[in-house]
Write a new protein. Structure first.
Length: 142
């Protein structure tokens, strides 16, 4: 895979994260998202999601905020290194989603787990991606 193609992949994964995670960034948007996610889980055959207390909400919004900042960074300055780091983060997220799926059986988690694994694998497999000769100099002096 060429560096250019890989950087497009990094940007695409960042855009996906930005769209998917934006509702998790504030208590008000999360309340709406939680209601929709709960309804989706019941439509898929699962139970309603448990209510969130203030501490649950704090951690959801902290995570949403961090992912938003991480997404903007990858959109504005994509790199091979950021793509590789994102792959590791996604595989960690996928591990915790799989654990939660095993604990709860919540079908909604499949809608998050599958794309998370796909983005993680896509950004970790192309081992031949390397910076093109002179790429560092071009980025330093646009």
């Amino acid at each position: 895979m060429t560096e250019s193609a890989f950087l497009k992949l990094v940007r695409a994964s960042a855009a996906y994260d930005l769209l998917l995670t934006a509702p998790f960034a504030t208590p008000w948007t999360f309340a709406l998202a939680h209601a929709h996610l709960s309804a989706a889980n019941t439509r898929l055959g699962g139970a309603a999601l448990p209510a969130f207390g203030p501490f649950h909400l704090l951690f959801a919004c902290l995570m949403g905020s961090v992912v938003l900042v991480w997404s903007v960074l990858r959109l504005r300055a994509p790199s091979i290194a950021l793509g590789r780091h994102d792959a590791v983060a996604r595989l960690l997220f996928a591990a915790w989603m799989a654990w939660t799926l095993a604990q709860t059986g919540a079908p909604l988690l499949w809608l998050f787990l599958v794309p998370e694994l796909a983005w993680g694998v896509a950004q970790s497999l192309p081992a031949g991606v390397t910076a093109a000769p002179g790429a560092a100099a071009r980025r330093a002096h646009p």
